[in-house]
Design a protein around this ligand. Structure first.
Ligand SMILES: [Zn+2]
Length: 404
């Protein structure tokens, strides 16, 4: 929740989990380390930043500084929603859920080029802001400029993943030129990143929808420029069937509209294929990780890639459940994302954490995934409740609070 830049003011809450000095956590033990809790916390804010955090009564406040008491709540740092599709917000409620990925995709395809009304985009950004999101990693496609402006207006930082999709030109020629708009956005983002919380990087849609050489180009650019290469990976069973065997419902749906007639399956499952292409590195943010073996999880962990889990999207599409405990045990850097409103009922990433309580995850582990791990996965600095940080926070969800 943003604060006004002026004048100085003070926020009080029954508890604060400030996460100052917290480092990204990999592995069960690190995720479950205790988190210090500040009882009866108070934050002095000025110029849109946190000036000081301490216990009410022990801090000296400027004369006349108003105190806004938020009451019986626990404040946590602003949330990082590491995977979203804000641009699909106008298609909420218009896709088929519960039947698997391919029926959902079949319901989405005829609508995907419908223009996004600006007011729907603004509402989505306001919803992200209202639930305490400080930064969103968004698959943004062609409307990247409008998404950037809406994020800026809502006071949200954004990492826009400029999606490279398909097997056709302009990618596959001698020069493999970028789509011109993507290049323009990425260049602009690098120039503006100090003024705005705005990043843009080329990314891959998925192994089954985008040529391996194109994905390698996008990854190479991100690796060379300090970026983040995002990729949907191991989300649904027909993806594995397509890549490993070259057949199944996805191949039938995508040939020839996406998959060229000459396409041949790599005869590898998703994670081994991504690894063989060199797409898994410390600059990679893989998304989903539902259909993976223990060896796959070890491969991802050893590569240094981060994994964004989207449990409610996976449940909505009935694609299976990513085993979060096994992923955590692998030592992979884990974070959370809502995915878009075509596969989720809202954009509040805390609800992903709430969903993972049912898989036995501890709230402190989930809090790390929502904040410091999400920032690390997007290669952003941590954003604790601490002096000098942006005056942004979220209110801990009651379900997480009750499980603390
Ligand atoms: Zn997605």
């Amino acid at each position: 929740m943003p604060t006004q830049a002026m004048p100085p003011r003070t926020i009080r809450a029954r508890r604060m989990i400030c996460m100052a000095g917290e480092k990204p956590a990999r592995g069960i033990a690190a995720l479950n380390q205790p988190l210090p809790v500040l009882e009866n916390g108070i934050m002095l804010l000025a110029e849109g930043r946190i000036v000081e955090v301490g216990q009410a009564g022990s801090m000296r406040l400027p004369a006349g500084c108003p105190v806004h008491d938020l009451g019986d709540v626990t404040l946590i740092p602003g949330l990082v929603n590491a995977h979203c599709h804000v641009q699909l917000s106008h298609l909420a409620g218009k896709t088929l859920w519960g039947q698997g990925f391919v029926p959902w995709l079949r319901s989405l395809i005829p609508q995907v080029r419908q223009p996004l009304p600006p007011e729907v985009l603004a509402q989505a950004m306001q919803a992200l802001q209202a639930c305490g999101t400080v930064h969103v990693g968004d698959y943004t496609g062609l409307g990247i400029q409008a998404v950037r402006e809406a994020a800026y207006a809502a006071g949200i930082g954004i990492t826009a993943f400029c999606e490279w999709f398909g097997f056709a030109a302009p990618f596959i020629d001698e020069q493999r030129p970028w789509p011109p708009l993507c290049r323009a956005y990425c260049t602009q983002a690098q120039a503006l990143r100090r003024q705005e919380q705005w990043r843009a990087w080329p990314c891959g849609h998925a192994l089954y929808s985008t040529d391996g050489a194109v994905l390698q180009d996008a990854h190479a650019y991100c690796a060379a420029h300090g970026g983040v290469f995002a990729l949907h990976l191991a989300e649904f069973v027909e993806e594995e069937q397509a890549l490993a065997q070259g057949d199944g419902a996805l191949v039938e749906l995508y040939t020839p509209a996406v998959l060229p007639p000459a396409w041949r399956a790599p005869a590898l499952r998703p994670v081994p294929y991504a690894a063989a292409l060199g797409l898994l590195s410390a600059r990679t943010l893989a998304v989903h990780g539902v259909h993976c073996t223990a060896a796959d999880r070890a491969t991802v962990a050893a590569s240094g890639a981060a994994l964004c889990l989207c449990p409610r999207s996976n449940a909505a599409l009935a694609v299976g459940q990513a085993p979060v405990q096994a992923w955590a045990a692998s030592g992979t850097l884990l974070c959370l994302g809502t995915d878009g409103l075509t596969s989720n009922s809202d954009l509040d990433v805390q609800n992903e954490a709430v969903a993972l309580l049912g898989q036995g995850m501890a709230p402190k582990a989930l809090l790390r995934m929502l904040t410091v791990n999400g920032a690390a996965a997007l290669h952003l600095p941590a954003m604790p409740l601490a002096a000098g940080a942006q005056a942004r926070w979220a209110v801990l969800a009651p379900e997480l609070e009750a499980a603390l």
